[in-house]
Design a protein around this ligand. Structure first.
Ligand code: UD1
Length: 340
Protein backbone atom coordinates (compact mmCIF):
# COMPACT_ATOMS: atom_id res chain seq x y z
CA UNK A 1 0.00 0.00 0.00
CA UNK A 2 1.01 3.63 -0.42
CA UNK A 3 0.48 5.14 3.02
CA UNK A 4 0.21 8.79 3.97
CA UNK A 5 1.81 9.21 7.41
CA UNK A 6 0.79 12.48 9.05
CA UNK A 7 3.31 13.55 11.68
CA UNK A 8 5.83 11.16 10.15
CA UNK A 9 8.80 13.19 11.39
CA UNK A 10 7.70 12.83 15.03
CA UNK A 11 8.73 10.21 17.56
CA UNK A 12 6.20 7.46 16.90
CA UNK A 13 5.57 8.51 13.29
CA UNK A 14 9.23 8.22 12.26
CA UNK A 15 9.58 4.72 13.73
CA UNK A 16 6.36 3.69 12.00
CA UNK A 17 7.70 4.98 8.65
CA UNK A 18 10.62 2.58 9.03
CA UNK A 19 8.37 -0.33 10.00
CA UNK A 20 6.12 0.35 6.97
CA UNK A 21 9.07 0.49 4.57
CA UNK A 22 10.48 -2.65 6.13
CA UNK A 23 7.16 -4.43 5.49
CA UNK A 24 7.27 -3.42 1.81
CA UNK A 25 4.85 -0.49 1.84
CA UNK A 26 5.43 2.92 0.23
CA UNK A 27 5.26 6.01 2.40
CA UNK A 28 4.43 9.69 1.91
CA UNK A 29 4.96 11.95 4.93
CA UNK A 30 3.19 15.18 5.79
CA UNK A 31 4.61 17.12 8.74
CA UNK A 32 4.81 20.83 9.55
CA UNK A 33 7.89 20.30 11.79
CA UNK A 34 6.19 22.20 14.61
CA UNK A 35 7.52 19.62 17.07
CA UNK A 36 10.10 17.75 14.97
CA UNK A 37 13.18 18.38 12.83
CA UNK A 38 13.62 18.14 9.05
CA UNK A 39 16.86 16.16 9.62
CA UNK A 40 14.66 13.16 10.39
CA UNK A 41 14.03 12.71 6.66
CA UNK A 42 17.69 12.10 5.83
CA UNK A 43 18.02 9.61 8.67
CA UNK A 44 14.94 7.67 7.55
CA UNK A 45 16.29 7.55 4.02
CA UNK A 46 19.75 6.45 5.16
CA UNK A 47 18.31 3.70 7.36
CA UNK A 48 15.84 2.40 4.79
CA UNK A 49 17.87 3.01 1.62
CA UNK A 50 14.68 4.45 0.08
CA UNK A 51 13.49 7.91 -0.89
CA UNK A 52 10.81 9.12 1.52
CA UNK A 53 8.77 12.02 0.08
CA UNK A 54 8.05 14.74 2.65
CA UNK A 55 5.42 17.48 2.38
CA UNK A 56 6.00 20.31 4.85
CA UNK A 57 2.71 21.96 5.69
CA UNK A 58 0.10 22.23 8.41
CA UNK A 59 -2.85 19.88 7.92
CA UNK A 60 -5.28 22.45 9.29
CA UNK A 61 -4.83 24.03 5.83
CA UNK A 62 -7.71 22.17 4.16
CA UNK A 63 -6.86 23.33 0.62
CA UNK A 64 -3.27 22.11 0.80
CA UNK A 65 -4.44 18.84 2.29
CA UNK A 66 -6.89 18.33 -0.54
CA UNK A 67 -4.19 19.14 -3.12
CA UNK A 68 -1.92 16.55 -1.55
CA UNK A 69 -4.52 13.86 -2.23
CA UNK A 70 -4.91 15.11 -5.80
CA UNK A 71 -1.18 14.94 -6.54
CA UNK A 72 -0.13 11.87 -4.56
CA UNK A 73 -1.63 8.44 -4.99
CA UNK A 74 -2.66 7.38 -1.46
CA UNK A 75 -4.25 4.08 -0.39
CA UNK A 76 -4.44 4.60 3.38
CA UNK A 77 -3.72 7.17 6.08
CA UNK A 78 -1.99 6.78 9.44
CA UNK A 79 -2.71 9.93 11.43
CA UNK A 80 -0.19 10.92 14.12
CA UNK A 81 -0.04 14.68 13.65
CA UNK A 82 -1.30 16.57 16.68
CA UNK A 83 -0.32 18.52 19.77
CA UNK A 84 0.35 16.19 22.69
CA UNK A 85 1.63 18.03 25.77
CA UNK A 86 -0.82 17.35 28.59
CA UNK A 87 0.07 20.39 30.73
CA UNK A 88 0.09 22.80 27.79
CA UNK A 89 -3.34 21.54 26.75
CA UNK A 90 -4.72 22.48 30.16
CA UNK A 91 -3.51 26.07 29.81
CA UNK A 92 -4.32 26.40 26.08
CA UNK A 93 -7.38 24.20 25.51
CA UNK A 94 -8.73 26.10 22.52
CA UNK A 95 -5.43 25.81 20.63
CA UNK A 96 -5.39 22.06 21.30
CA UNK A 97 -8.98 21.40 20.28
CA UNK A 98 -8.69 23.60 17.21
CA UNK A 99 -5.43 22.14 15.95
CA UNK A 100 -6.10 18.46 16.65
CA UNK A 101 -9.69 18.52 15.38
CA UNK A 102 -9.13 20.75 12.34
CA UNK A 103 -6.20 18.63 11.14
CA UNK A 104 -8.37 15.52 11.39
CA UNK A 105 -11.30 17.19 9.62
CA UNK A 106 -9.03 18.27 6.74
CA UNK A 107 -7.76 14.75 6.34
CA UNK A 108 -11.20 13.13 6.48
CA UNK A 109 -12.67 15.58 3.94
CA UNK A 110 -9.77 15.07 1.54
CA UNK A 111 -10.09 11.29 1.93
CA UNK A 112 -13.81 11.45 1.25
CA UNK A 113 -13.28 13.51 -1.92
CA UNK A 114 -10.59 11.24 -3.28
CA UNK A 115 -12.16 7.92 -2.28
CA UNK A 116 -9.59 6.86 0.34
CA UNK A 117 -11.30 4.87 3.09
CA UNK A 118 -8.58 3.22 5.20
CA UNK A 119 -7.55 5.09 8.35
CA UNK A 120 -5.39 4.26 11.36
CA UNK A 121 -5.61 6.71 14.26
CA UNK A 122 -3.05 7.47 16.91
CA UNK A 123 -5.14 7.35 20.08
CA UNK A 124 -4.10 6.91 23.69
CA UNK A 125 -4.84 4.94 26.84
CA UNK A 126 -5.69 8.33 28.32
CA UNK A 127 -9.23 7.85 26.82
CA UNK A 128 -9.99 5.32 29.58
CA UNK A 129 -10.12 8.16 32.11
CA UNK A 130 -9.83 7.74 35.85
CA UNK A 131 -12.34 5.02 36.64
CA UNK A 132 -11.86 2.22 34.12
CA UNK A 133 -10.97 -1.16 35.67
CA UNK A 134 -7.33 -2.28 35.21
CA UNK A 135 -6.23 -3.87 32.92
CA UNK A 136 -7.97 -1.60 30.44
CA UNK A 137 -10.17 -3.29 27.84
CA UNK A 138 -11.38 -1.78 24.58
CA UNK A 139 -15.08 -2.32 25.20
CA UNK A 140 -15.12 0.02 28.22
CA UNK A 141 -17.86 2.48 27.33
CA UNK A 142 -17.35 5.55 29.47
CA UNK A 143 -14.45 7.17 27.66
CA UNK A 144 -13.38 10.53 29.08
CA UNK A 145 -9.90 11.95 29.52
CA UNK A 146 -8.82 14.32 32.26
CA UNK A 147 -6.94 16.79 29.99
CA UNK A 148 -7.98 18.69 26.86
CA UNK A 149 -5.22 16.80 25.01
CA UNK A 150 -6.76 13.48 26.02
CA UNK A 151 -10.23 14.76 25.32
CA UNK A 152 -9.22 15.52 21.69
CA UNK A 153 -8.48 11.77 21.38
CA UNK A 154 -11.91 10.88 22.80
CA UNK A 155 -13.67 13.31 20.44
CA UNK A 156 -11.71 12.22 17.35
CA UNK A 157 -12.46 8.55 18.12
CA UNK A 158 -16.14 9.53 18.16
CA UNK A 159 -15.92 11.54 14.93
CA UNK A 160 -14.26 8.59 13.20
CA UNK A 161 -16.97 6.21 14.45
CA UNK A 162 -19.73 8.47 13.14
CA UNK A 163 -18.05 9.05 9.76
CA UNK A 164 -17.19 5.39 9.18
CA UNK A 165 -20.73 4.32 10.12
CA UNK A 166 -22.29 6.17 7.18
CA UNK A 167 -19.63 5.89 4.48
CA UNK A 168 -19.67 2.58 2.67
CA UNK A 169 -16.40 0.70 2.85
CA UNK A 170 -14.62 2.78 5.49
CA UNK A 171 -12.31 0.87 7.80
CA UNK A 172 -10.79 2.58 10.81
CA UNK A 173 -8.46 1.27 13.52
CA UNK A 174 -8.22 3.29 16.74
CA UNK A 175 -4.89 2.44 18.32
CA UNK A 176 -4.76 3.20 22.03
CA UNK A 177 -1.13 3.46 23.02
CA UNK A 178 0.11 2.83 26.52
CA UNK A 179 3.50 4.42 27.32
CA UNK A 180 5.70 4.47 24.19
CA UNK A 181 9.44 4.43 24.98
CA UNK A 182 12.71 3.22 23.48
CA UNK A 183 14.27 4.02 20.12
CA UNK A 184 15.23 2.39 16.82
CA UNK A 185 18.08 -0.08 17.53
CA UNK A 186 20.37 1.88 15.16
CA UNK A 187 20.42 4.80 17.62
CA UNK A 188 19.75 7.09 14.64
CA UNK A 189 16.15 8.03 15.45
CA UNK A 190 14.49 8.46 18.82
CA UNK A 191 12.48 10.77 21.05
CA UNK A 192 13.64 14.39 20.99
CA UNK A 193 11.39 16.49 23.23
CA UNK A 194 11.83 20.26 23.08
CA UNK A 195 12.55 21.92 26.44
CA UNK A 196 12.22 20.08 29.74
CA UNK A 197 10.79 16.60 29.10
CA UNK A 198 7.32 15.99 30.57
CA UNK A 199 7.60 12.22 30.33
CA UNK A 200 9.65 9.81 32.40
CA UNK A 201 11.89 8.06 29.84
CA UNK A 202 13.30 11.12 28.05
CA UNK A 203 13.87 12.72 31.44
CA UNK A 204 15.86 9.71 32.71
CA UNK A 205 17.82 9.61 29.43
CA UNK A 206 18.74 13.30 29.79
CA UNK A 207 19.91 12.72 33.37
CA UNK A 208 22.08 9.85 32.12
CA UNK A 209 23.65 12.00 29.39
CA UNK A 210 24.28 14.90 31.78
CA UNK A 211 21.67 17.38 30.52
CA UNK A 212 19.65 17.21 33.80
CA UNK A 213 20.98 16.90 37.32
CA UNK A 214 18.56 14.37 38.76
CA UNK A 215 15.18 12.75 38.25
CA UNK A 216 12.35 13.83 40.50
CA UNK A 217 10.14 10.83 41.24
CA UNK A 218 6.60 12.16 41.47
CA UNK A 219 5.44 10.47 44.67
CA UNK A 220 6.45 7.23 46.41
CA UNK A 221 3.36 6.73 48.53
CA UNK A 222 1.07 5.11 45.95
CA UNK A 223 -0.57 1.74 46.72
CA UNK A 224 1.94 -0.16 44.52
CA UNK A 225 4.76 -2.60 45.33
CA UNK A 226 7.46 0.07 45.75
CA UNK A 227 5.13 3.08 46.20
CA UNK A 228 5.85 4.62 42.77
CA UNK A 229 3.40 4.66 39.86
CA UNK A 230 3.22 1.72 37.46
CA UNK A 231 2.75 2.05 33.70
CA UNK A 232 2.72 -0.24 30.68
CA UNK A 233 5.88 0.83 28.81
CA UNK A 234 5.95 -0.37 25.22
CA UNK A 235 8.97 -0.30 22.90
CA UNK A 236 8.33 2.18 20.08
CA UNK A 237 9.35 -0.45 17.48
CA UNK A 238 6.71 -2.86 18.86
CA UNK A 239 4.26 0.03 18.65
CA UNK A 240 5.36 0.85 15.09
CA UNK A 241 4.86 -2.80 14.07
CA UNK A 242 1.40 -2.63 15.66
CA UNK A 243 0.50 0.07 13.12
CA UNK A 244 1.63 -2.11 10.24
CA UNK A 245 -0.41 -5.03 11.61
CA UNK A 246 -3.49 -2.81 12.02
CA UNK A 247 -3.11 -1.44 8.50
CA UNK A 248 -2.77 -4.91 7.01
CA UNK A 249 -5.81 -6.21 8.92
CA UNK A 250 -8.16 -3.30 8.19
CA UNK A 251 -9.87 -5.33 5.48
CA UNK A 252 -10.62 -8.15 7.97
CA UNK A 253 -12.33 -5.96 10.56
CA UNK A 254 -15.87 -7.09 11.20
CA UNK A 255 -16.96 -3.51 11.94
CA UNK A 256 -16.11 -0.21 10.24
CA UNK A 257 -14.32 1.01 13.38
CA UNK A 258 -12.38 -1.08 15.87
CA UNK A 259 -10.27 0.01 18.87
CA UNK A 260 -7.09 -1.84 19.85
CA UNK A 261 -4.90 -1.48 22.92
CA UNK A 262 -1.23 -1.43 22.00
CA UNK A 263 0.54 -2.37 25.22
CA UNK A 264 2.44 -5.26 26.77
CA UNK A 265 0.01 -6.18 29.53
CA UNK A 266 2.61 -5.61 32.26
CA UNK A 267 3.20 -2.70 34.62
CA UNK A 268 6.65 -1.34 35.54
CA UNK A 269 7.23 1.18 38.33
CA UNK A 270 9.13 4.47 38.08
CA UNK A 271 11.95 3.11 40.26
CA UNK A 272 12.12 -0.17 38.32
CA UNK A 273 12.50 1.86 35.13
CA UNK A 274 15.22 4.03 36.66
CA UNK A 275 17.15 0.96 37.85
CA UNK A 276 16.80 -0.72 34.45
CA UNK A 277 18.28 2.40 32.87
CA UNK A 278 21.16 2.27 35.37
CA UNK A 279 21.88 -1.29 34.22
CA UNK A 280 21.86 -0.20 30.56
CA UNK A 281 24.26 2.70 31.16
CA UNK A 282 26.40 1.19 33.92
CA UNK A 283 25.94 4.47 35.84
CA UNK A 284 24.19 5.34 39.04
CA UNK A 285 21.50 7.90 38.24
CA UNK A 286 20.68 10.50 40.90
CA UNK A 287 17.05 10.98 41.94
CA UNK A 288 14.95 12.56 44.63
CA UNK A 289 11.39 11.89 45.68
CA UNK A 290 9.03 14.83 45.19
CA UNK A 291 5.29 15.33 45.63
CA UNK A 292 2.74 13.53 43.47
CA UNK A 293 1.98 15.09 40.07
CA UNK A 294 -1.61 16.28 39.76
CA UNK A 295 -3.74 13.91 37.67
CA UNK A 296 -1.42 10.87 37.85
CA UNK A 297 -3.08 7.48 38.35
CA UNK A 298 -1.36 4.92 40.61
CA UNK A 299 -1.14 2.04 38.14
CA UNK A 300 -2.59 0.95 34.83
CA UNK A 301 -1.73 -1.38 32.00
CA UNK A 302 -3.31 -2.87 28.90
CA UNK A 303 -5.20 -6.01 28.21
CA UNK A 304 -3.65 -6.50 24.75
CA UNK A 305 -5.61 -9.71 23.97
CA UNK A 306 -7.69 -8.17 21.17
CA UNK A 307 -4.63 -6.91 19.24
CA UNK A 308 -2.89 -10.24 19.90
CA UNK A 309 -5.69 -12.32 18.41
CA UNK A 310 -7.26 -10.04 15.79
CA UNK A 311 -4.11 -8.34 14.48
CA UNK A 312 -1.71 -11.22 15.10
CA UNK A 313 0.54 -8.72 16.84
CA UNK A 314 2.35 -8.87 20.16
CA UNK A 315 4.85 -6.64 21.95
CA UNK A 316 8.04 -8.69 22.34
CA UNK A 317 10.79 -6.30 23.40
CA UNK A 318 11.82 -6.17 27.08
CA UNK A 319 12.40 -3.27 29.47
CA UNK A 320 16.15 -3.94 29.25
CA UNK A 321 16.04 -3.66 25.43
CA UNK A 322 14.01 -0.46 25.79
CA UNK A 323 16.69 1.05 28.03
CA UNK A 324 19.60 -0.16 25.88
CA UNK A 325 18.03 1.28 22.71
CA UNK A 326 17.10 4.57 24.40
CA UNK A 327 20.67 4.90 25.67
CA UNK A 328 22.14 4.17 22.23
CA UNK A 329 20.01 6.98 20.78
CA UNK A 330 20.59 9.47 23.61
CA UNK A 331 24.36 8.91 23.93
CA UNK A 332 24.84 9.25 20.14
CA UNK A 333 22.59 12.34 20.05
CA UNK A 334 23.02 14.05 23.43
CA UNK A 335 21.23 17.20 22.23
CA UNK A 336 18.70 15.32 20.08
CA UNK A 337 18.54 15.95 16.34
CA UNK A 338 20.66 18.74 14.94
CA UNK A 339 18.68 21.82 13.82
CA UNK A 340 17.56 22.39 10.26
C1 UD1 B 1 1.50 10.90 30.01
C2 UD1 B 1 0.20 11.61 29.88
C3 UD1 B 1 -0.67 10.87 28.91
C4 UD1 B 1 0.06 10.73 27.57
C5 UD1 B 1 1.38 10.02 27.82
C6 UD1 B 1 2.20 9.88 26.55
C7 UD1 B 1 -0.13 12.76 32.02
C8 UD1 B 1 -0.92 12.82 33.28
N1 UD1 B 1 -0.42 11.75 31.17
O1 UD1 B 1 1.26 9.60 30.57
O2 UD1 B 1 -1.91 11.53 28.73
O3 UD1 B 1 -0.74 10.00 26.67
O4 UD1 B 1 2.13 10.75 28.76
O5 UD1 B 1 2.89 11.03 26.23
O6 UD1 B 1 0.75 13.59 31.80
N2 UD1 B 1 7.33 10.56 36.33
C9 UD1 B 1 8.22 10.92 37.34
N3 UD1 B 1 9.12 11.93 37.08
C10 UD1 B 1 9.16 12.59 35.88
C11 UD1 B 1 8.25 12.21 34.85
C12 UD1 B 1 7.34 11.20 35.13
O7 UD1 B 1 8.21 10.35 38.43
O8 UD1 B 1 9.98 13.51 35.73
C13 UD1 B 1 6.38 9.46 36.58
C14 UD1 B 1 4.93 9.89 36.51
O9 UD1 B 1 4.48 10.30 37.78
C15 UD1 B 1 4.26 8.60 36.04
C16 UD1 B 1 5.34 7.87 35.23
O10 UD1 B 1 6.57 8.50 35.57
O11 UD1 B 1 3.96 7.80 37.15
C17 UD1 B 1 5.12 8.00 33.75
O12 UD1 B 1 4.93 9.38 33.43
P1 UD1 B 1 4.86 9.90 31.94
O13 UD1 B 1 6.02 9.39 31.16
O14 UD1 B 1 4.64 11.38 31.98
O15 UD1 B 1 3.58 9.17 31.34
P2 UD1 B 1 2.04 9.16 31.86
O16 UD1 B 1 1.81 10.15 32.91
O17 UD1 B 1 1.68 7.76 32.14
Amino acid sequence: MRVLVSGGAGYIGSHTVLALLDAGHDVVVVDDFSNSKPTVQGRLEALSGKHVPFHAFDLTDADKTEQLFVHEQIDAVIHFAGFKAVGESVSEPLRYYQNNLDATFSLLRAMQRSGVSKFVFSSSATVYGENAPVPYQEDYEYLSASSPYGQTKVVIERVLSDVAAVHEGWKVALLRYFNPVGAHPSGQIGEDPQGIPNNLMPFIAQVAVGRRERLTVFGDDYPTADGTCERDYIHVMDLAEGHVAALEHLGDLAEPVRAFNLGTGTGTSVLQMLHAFERATGKELPYEVGPRRAGDLAAFWADPARANTELGWRATRTIDEICADTWRWQSANPQGYPGA
